[in-house]
Design a protein around this ligand. Structure first.
Ligand code: PAF
Length: 294
């Protein structure tokens, strides 16, 4: 496994200015490190996609531009040695672990691409974390420029992010295809996340309320009833709800009575346990026969 940082000394102005030619055409897994089994599922998917011999590349970069001023950028877990070991055992070909000056060089303005509607309209992460998707799109488009992947693998855990990246690349820009991967869960249903390590034992137990809420939403065939039961479940476990909604799985906009009933729907949650913020989502199968929507 090679570990590259993009600081090539050779041929700065040439066709491979960052010495990353070994990555071109790869199956790419962008991460911020602190790798867990959820990331390893992304790597496995990348390996399937690279069965024709294209390299599997994992990037590790904690991107400052996607964190708000009161968010956890400085204390975000950084575990590079353990991450490299996990990548090595998982058969990753290249880890790209650049310093900030490679991603954001002082002599280039790294533009954030225009944001798709799914990054600005739904009123979910876009409302709670203003500027977040501009930062995500900026870094992901820069990584695509540097690594020129054929495939990029994203988890459904950050569902709005997945939809934003799918929309950002939908016009064929970068020539990359997006491969989504289902959320990996702990045995009690908690979605795996690098931020789970912030949870102490008591909060770790209460965090299972998110999975319980998503499961209960599927016991209701009206979106408003599903939303109500999700809010109630989170509140019962002492979580402060930021949003608990059932949305069109593609646009993430509210389902309407004029909506096409056969469209897929998704329940999405964000809640706080003290200063710790948790998000989760799942298909909302109640929408198969949504009362009042057909
Ligand atoms: O999902 C993440 O870990 C990050 O948002 C990403 C896609 C690596 C961009 O920094």
């Amino acid at each position: 496994m090679r570990v590259l940082n993009g600081q090539s000394e050779v041929d700065r102005g040439g066709p491979d200015p960052n010495g990353l030619g070994a990555c071109y055409g790869c199956a790419f897994v962008p991460t911020m490190g602190a790798l867990h089994d959820g990331h390893m599922a992304l790597v496995r998917r990348a390996r399937e996609l690279s069965s024709d011999g294209t390299p599997v590349v994992v990037s590790i970069f904690v991107n400052p531009t996607q964190f708000g001023p009161r968010e956890d950028f400085s204390r975000y877990p950084r575990t590079l040695e353990a991450d490299l070991e996990r990548c090595r055992s998982a058969g990753v070909d290249v880890v790209f672990a650049p310093p900030a000056e490679v991603v954001y060089p002082s002599d280039i303005t790294v533009m954030a691409p225009p944001l798709p509607l799914v990054a600005t309209e739904p009123g979910l992460e876009d409302r709670i974390r203003p500027g977040h998707f501009a930062g995500v799109c900026q870094v992901v488009s820069r990584l695509f420029d540097l690594l020129r992947p054929r495939w990029a693998v994203f988890g459904e855990k950050d569902y709005q992010q997945l939809r934003v990246i799918e929309a950002m690349t939908g016009n064929g820009a970068w020539g990359v295809r997006i491969a989504p991967v289902a959320t990996v869960r702990e045995p009690d249903g908690l979605a795996m996340s690098s931020r789970n390590r912030y949870l102490d034992t008591a909060r770790r137990t209460r965090a299972t309320a998110l999975f319980a809420a998503l499961a209960r939403a599927n016991e209701h065939d009206r979106p408003d009833a599903a939303e109500e039961v999700m809010r109630r479940t989170l509140a019962e476990w002492g979580l402060a709800v930021e949003y608990a909604v059932v949305r069109d799985a593609e646009t993430l906009m509210p389902l309407t009575s004029e909506g096409v009933p056969s469209r897929r729907a998704r329940s999405l949650l964000a809640a706080r346990l003290g200063e710790i913020r948790l998000i989760d989502n799942a298909p909302w199968v109640g929408s198969r026969t949504p009362a009042g929507l057909d």
